[in-house]
Ligand binder design. Structure first.
Ligand SMILES: C[S@@+](CC[C@H](N)C(=O)[O-])C[C@H]1O[C@@H](n2cnc3c(N)ncnc32)[C@H](O)[C@@H]1O
Length: 239
């Protein structure tokens, strides 16, 4: 094969990450199933990310009545359900068939919709959305697939819409190896750590609204999902 399009170049670069190193591609054995079936795994949770609660309390994230939301790489649907409970008409998408079946089991039929779909390679139905959220999917992408992600994001986020993202925090969790070295070694080291500046640079077409490490929970606050090695950023797509 000789590369003639950007999509073909991205497919060729995918070939650098073999042997299950890339967790954002469909594989014969679903690596996420092994993670989600561990009862003690932190992602086997029903709690929403604490940054969602904080953005909502600060008035940065509106109530969702009459608005739509997409949860990218929704896993078992913990954030999808929280968004639906705030009134958003919400869809969660995930490449893991196991995760989608589990998410549906944990959710009442009218609450939210779940779809087995590859966000990088398949269009999401029902968009464009007022809010797009990603907790823990983006930081698993190989460097070149950020381009596919940006393309898919801009295709499904409304002008004026919000984009929230929670990733490994640079220096706390995830690889700090630069992109060229990651491509050369063909291993993602479990995920990439991002700083707020990295994300502002990558999502340069969006207006940054907020960036914060995930708040440790204080006594008497609502139960929520939080770890010191995660940070979250919120952006708005200009009109
Ligand atoms: C770290 S888990 C986070 C799950 C969930 N957001 C949570 O925080 O509980 C990452 C999720 O992204 C999903 N994922 C990875 N690549 C994807 C892709 N290309 N399209 C859709 N989902 C993807 C995985 O299947 C997995 O469920």
């Amino acid at each position: 094969m000789r590369v003639a399009t950007v999509e073909q170049l991205l497919d060729v670069l995918d070939g650098l990450f073999e042997g299950g190193s890339d967790l954002t591609r469909r594989q014969n054995v679903d690596p996420w199933e092994q993670i989600f079936t561990r009862p003690d795994h932190p992602l086997n949770s029903d709690l929403p990310d604490v940054n969602l609660l904080d953005w909502h309390a600060a008035g940065l994230l509106p109530d969702g009545e009459g608005l739509t939301a997409l949860d990218i790489g929704c896993g078992l649907g913990r954030n999808t359900r929280w968004l639906a409970r705030q009134g958003y008409q919400t869809i969660g998408v995930d490449i893991s068939a196991f995760a989608i079946v589990q998410a549906r089991t944990r959710t009442t039929a009218t609450e939210a919709t779940f779809l087995e779909s590859d966000f990088l390679r398949e269009a999401v139905p029902g968009g464009p959305f007022d809010l797009v959220y990603d907790s823990g999917c983006f930081h698993h992408l190989p460097p070149h697939r950020r381009l596919s992600y940006l393309h898919a994001l801009m295709a499904c986020l409304k002008p004026g819409g919000l984009f929230g993202i929670c990733t490994f925090a640079a220096g706390k969790m995830g690889s700090d190896v630069d992109d060229l070295a990651l491509l050369k070694q063909g291993k993602l080291e479990g995920g990439i750590g991002y700083s707020a500046d990295d994300l502002r640079e990558i999502f340069a077409d969006l207006e940054p609204l907020d960036s914060r490490p995930l708040r440790p929970l204080q006594i008497l606050s609502e139960p929520a999902f939080t770890f010191a090695f995660l940070s979250a950023s919120l952006f708005r797509r200009p009109l």
